[in-house]
Design a protein around this ligand. Sequence first.
Ligand code: FAD
Length: 470
Amino acid sequence: MTRRACVVGSGPNGLAAAIVLARAGLHVDVFEAEAIPGGAVRSMELTLPGFLHDFGSAVYPLGAGSPFFASLPLHKFGLEWIHSPAPVAHPLENGTAVVLERSLKDASISLGEDGRKWEDLVAPFVEHWKEFAAEVLAPIPAIPKHPFLMARFGRNAFFSAKTIAHRFGTERTRALFAGLAAHSFLKLTEPLSGAFGLMMAVPAHAVGWPIPRGGAQSLTHALCQYFASLGGTLHTSRRIASLDELPDYDLYLCDVTPRQLLNISGSRLSSSYKHKMQTFRYGPGVFKMDYALREPIPWKAAECRRAATVHLGGNFEEISTSEAAMRAGQHAESPFVLLVQPSLFDPSRAPSGKHTAWAYCHVPNASNENMQTRIENQIERFAPGFRECVLARNALSPSTLESMDANLKGGDISGGIMDIRQFAFRPTSRHYATSAKNVFICSSSTPPGGGVHGMCGYHAAKKALSTLGG
Ligand SMILES: Cc1cc2nc3c(=O)[nH]c(=O)nc-3n(C[C@H](O)[C@H](O)[C@H](O)COP(=O)(O)OP(=O)(O)OC[C@H]3O[C@@H](n4cnc5c(N)ncnc54)[C@H](O)[C@@H]3O)c2cc1C
């Protein structure tokens, strides 16, 4: 008899899990609460008709570099990555910008006196990306398959971003590294924040920081189409309040965070496991803006037009101050802003000649503060006249984000803080397994954590299959 599995939630991790299970020959049903699948990988007309905005994620270094996604025929289902000439630009107060070039050689030249140090830091992992990605996008193994490579990574991984950045001689490179490390939602003086900087820098050279043609939804569409081709069924507008409302399945995989798992699995979990779920810690949230623009953003530093992603926050110290405020439960006056300008490289995102922009800053979890003015001040600082280009804008506060994707608890986009305490045992030392033998958790609250790579779903499904026997 064919075994049956269900997946609750169709984010990239839920879909990855569903695909692994369907490829293993199981009959798989996916239940998704929202009308459109994809979770934080969806696109919508959030401002004006014809302007397509990515609701959540927008740029996919780990999507392009994911060992699992790379094994799927997603291009046959319409996925096409677009690479901007440079992965990321970082404008500075003096009207110039430091640009991280895709090629490591070019990056080394453009970073001048720091070029050699940059190469020393990232080259081993860029050259062995496949091996490196397989190790870091997985639970920490007792014995790594590539011990020398991982020992080299480990030497840097536990340092703070500050420690690594201060190896560089110029303010420009230190600022660039601060912007990369600030993706961690950690203080730049915290251990592990340096590892996040590396995890952003290495794929920039190894696989790029691409955007999907047609928006984030194209990635979800390709995953859904491939899943359907394997015989899987996706049920949208089906919010699961309790696993008990579902028919019997051999396996239940939940693309939800610990608090939601507690709610839907009820009496199936042991009290000690429930206690661990209750003590799981969520991280800071984001406040996000989407813009429909009359014209491209008028950057002071023209180089910013070469990159889909632009980091706004000035030098290392300013970004460090912004992230320390957020970690201390405050709102930075001059927040670090991550901005994406996809329509410069993908005309399908806006009517002819018009543009879109996506920008967010970090805020304390469940913050109610409106950060629109502070985000726009930060953009204006590096692109005077930006506000005059805006045709329409839409704000997504932490609570609105959570109302559109229940996993974004308090606006936390990583499924729980990824600090030193919650890094290795995520959400518990069992990782994907729970105390119920056929219930598994497969969201970004499991290793390797936040980001669109599908590797949480992949590893969870492999673990679940290993329990089936026969
Ligand atoms: C604003 C923002 C910007 C981001 N930027 C990037 C980026 O540029 N690059 C990047 O790599 N990552 C980015 N991320 C992070 C990335 O999107 C997430 O880490 C990733 O989507 C997590 O995938 P997931 O499958 O674990 O969860 P999600 O994508 O959150 O999907 C969970 C799904 O489960 C569904 N669900 C929840 N509860 C139930 C229920 N009870 N019944 C049925 N369905 C349920 C939800 O509706 C949702 O569809 C961003 C996220 C946000 C929000």
